[in-house]
Design a protein around this ligand. Structure first.
Ligand code: 4AD
Ligand code: MG
Length: 463
C-alpha cells in the first residue's frame, strides 16, 4: 500500500485537475440535493480538505450517504480550485472507499468538548483540532531542541532512566524493584533488604539526568540530555506531572552568567520556531485558548530577560504589600504565587531569579562567597512560574564534600561524583527546562495535562 499524499501539501498546491489520493478521517459530512461534501483530515495540518462526492460514484447511495464523523476513508479524485469561501482547493472524488466505519456513538461529534472530558478519552483526543495542534507543535519544538544544541556543537548523551542517585535530594524517586511486594527480602532489623533486590541496592526512576550529564561534560565539553523524568511528587496542579520530559544541557568551563545566556537563547529559539514553523496551529491557540498569546510570545522573543537576585526579589515582594497565602520571607522557597507575581505583575515578562539561599537548594550548587547563597538560577515565565531551574555546580572538592555531609548524604554513594572534582575539575554549569512547561506556555493551554500525549499524575496513569 502506498502512502497517500498529505493534505498539508495538497492545500498549498495550485491545482490543475491532477489526480490525487488522500487517506484520512472524516470530520463532517453534509449533503446538498445532489452531492455530499465530506471534510477529511489526515493530521498533517489543522485544515481539512473538502471532498465532493456525487451520485456517479458506485457506492454513493449504499455507503457514502452513511459516512459519518470519525470514519476513515481512502479518496481518489481530481484536485480543482474551490468555489467555496475559506479554501483554495477541493477534491472531486472519483472513488471513495470507506476503510473503517465509526458509528453514531463516536464520542467526538462536532461540538465543543471540555478538556476535562477529552482527558477521559485520551485515546481519541488527538483527533480534535486543539490536541492535534499540540502534538504537531510539540514535535516541532522537540526537533528544534536538538537542532539548537547540535548547531552549537553540543553532544547528546542518553542518560539512564534507572538510577541509584537522587539528584535533587527531594526524596521524590519512584522505586524500581524486582521484589515480590507481598514478600520482599528483609534484613535482620525487619527492613526491606535491597541488597537482595535486582540491582543489589535501592534503585529508582531518574528525577534528572544532570549528574550523569556532568560526567560527560567533564570529557566532551558541552553536552545535553533530553528525556523522560519522573517525580513521585504529590502535586496535583496545572504545572506538575509525575512523568515529564526535561531538556538538560551541561557545559564545562561555564559560569552562571553563561548558563543563563544559553537558557535564554534556547527559550527564544523555541518561541521563534513555533511562530515561524507552526503558524496555523498557533493561530488556533490564539483564537480559542488564549487571546493574549501573541503578546505573551512577543514578550519572550523581543525583550532581553530581566534579572534579579533572590534577596532583591523577596524585598520586591514585601514592598508590593500584596498578601500571599504563603507569606514570603528570606530563606523560604518561592511558591508559585510569588513566582507569578514577580513575572506577571512586577516584571511583566520573563525574569531570571539568581542566588538562592543554600538551604533550599540541592547539594551540588556552587557556594557563593557570602556563605549563605548558591549560584542558582530559576527562570520564571508569566502564567507558568518556574520554567527553568539551573546552577553553576560546586567544582571544589572539599566544599562539595562538606555539603554532602551537611545534608546527611552518604559520601560513598557519590564517590564517582566527587572524583570529577579530584581529577581535572573545571567550573561548569547547566540547567533543566521542563519541556511540557514551555509547550504549555507556547500553546497557552491552562493545564499541563493537555500538552503531553498521555499524562501521568497522582491517581492517574490510564491509557
Ligand atoms: O528545578 P528542577 O528540579 O531542576 C533539576 O532537576 C536540575 N537537576 C536541572 C539541571 O540543572 N540540570 O527541574 C527543572 C525544570 C523545572 O524548572 C520545571 O520546568 C521542570 O523541570 N519540572 C517539572 N515539569 C513538570 N512536572 C514536574 N513535576 C516538574 N518538576 C520540575
Ligand atoms: Mg526547580
Amino acid at each position: 500500500m502506498m502512502p497517500a499524499q498529505r493534505i498539508v501539501h495538497l492545500l498549498r498546491t495550485r491545482p490543475k485537475g491532477e489526480t490525487v489520493e488522500v487517506k484520512g478521517w472524516v470530520r463532517t459530512r453534509r449533503d446538498s440535493r445532489e452531492f455530499s461534501f465530506i471534510e477529511v483530515n489526515d493530521g498533517s495540518c489543522l485544515a481539512n480538505i473538502q471532498v465532493l462526492a456525487g451520485p456517479l460514484l458506485d457506492n454513493f447511495h449504499s455507503e457514502i450517504k452513511q459516512v459519518s464523523t470519525g470514519c476513515s476513508v481512502h479518496v481518489t479524485g481530481r484536485l480543482v480550485p474551490s468555489p467555496a469561501k475559506g479554501q483554495e482547493v477541493e477534491i472531486h472524488a472519483d472513488t471513495i472507499r470507506v476503510v473503517g466505519w465509526a458509528g453514531p456513538d463516536y464520542p467526538l461529534q462536532k461540538k465543543k468538548h471540555s478538556f476535562e472530558f477529552l482527558r477521559t478519552i485520551t485515546h481519541l483526543r488527538p483527533r480534535t483540532n486543539s490536541l492535534g495542534a499540540v502534538a504537531r507543535l510539540r514535535s516541532a519544538l522537540s526537533f528544534a531542541v536538538h537542532r539548537f544544541f547540535q548547531e552549537r556543537g553540543f553532544v547528546q548523551i542518553h542518560t539512564p532512566i534507572i538510577t541509584t542517585s537522587d539528584c535533587e535530594g527531594a526524596g521524590e524517586m519512584f522505586t524500581v524493584t524486582a521484589f515480590d511486594l507481598d514478600k520482599p527480602a528483609r534484613n535482620e532489623q525487619g527492613r526491606i533488604d535491597y541488597q537482595q533486590d535486582f540491582f543489589g541496592r535501592q534503585a529508582g526512576l531518574t528525577v534528572s539526568g544532570q549528574l550523569e550529564a556532568e560526567v560527560y561534560a567533564m570529557a566532551l565539553g558541552n553536552v545535553y540530555t533530553f528525556g523522560p523524568t519522573f517525580r513521585a511528587e504529590n502535586s496535583n496542579t496545572s504545572r506538575h506531572l509525575a512523568e515529564f520530559w526535561m531538556i538538560e544541557p551541561e557545559m564545562a568551563f561555564c559560569d552562571l552568567d553563561g548558563d543563563i545566556r544559553v537558557a535564554e537563547s534556547l527559550l527564544k529559539e523555541l518561541v521563534r520556531t513555533a511562530r515561524e514553523e507552526c503558524e496555523e496551529d498557533l493561530a488556533l491557540f490564539s483564537r480559542f485558548i488564549d487571546k493574549n498569546l501573541p503578546e505573551k510570545l512577543a514578550a519572550v522573543s523581543d525583550r532581553e530577560f530581566q534579572r534579579i537576585s533572590y534577596t532583591d526579589a523577596v524585598e520586591e515582594l514585601h514592598r508590593s504589600k500584596k498578601t500571599f497565602s504563603f507569606p514570603v520571607e528570606w530563606g523560604v522557597d518561592l511558591q508559585s504565587e510569588h513566582e507569578r507575581f514577580l513575572t506577571e505583575e512586577i516584571f511583566k515578562g520573563p525574569v531570571v531569579v539568581t542566588d538562592y539561599p543554600k538551604e533550599i537548594k540541592p547539594f551540588y550548587m556552587r557556594a557563593n562567597d557570602d556563605g549563605r547563597t548558591v549560584a542558582a538560577m530559576d527562570i520564571l515565565f508569566p502564567s507558568i512560574g518556574e520554567i527553568v531551574g539551573g546552577s553553576q555546580r560546586e567544582e571544589r572538592h572539599d566544599l562539595l564534600r562538606q555539603r554532602l555531609h551537611a545534608m546527611a548524604m552518604k559520601e560513598e554513594d557519590y564517590s564517582w561524583y566527587l572524583d570529577l572534582r579530584r581529577y581535572g575539575t573545571v567550573p561548569h554549569a547547566g540547567f533543566g527546562v521542563g519541556f511540557e512547561r514551555i509547550v504549555r506556555f507556547i500553546t497557552g493551554m491552562a493545564n499541563i495535562r493537555e500538552v503531553i500525549p498521555f499524562p501521568r499524575t497522582p491517581g492517574s496513569a490510564d491509557f
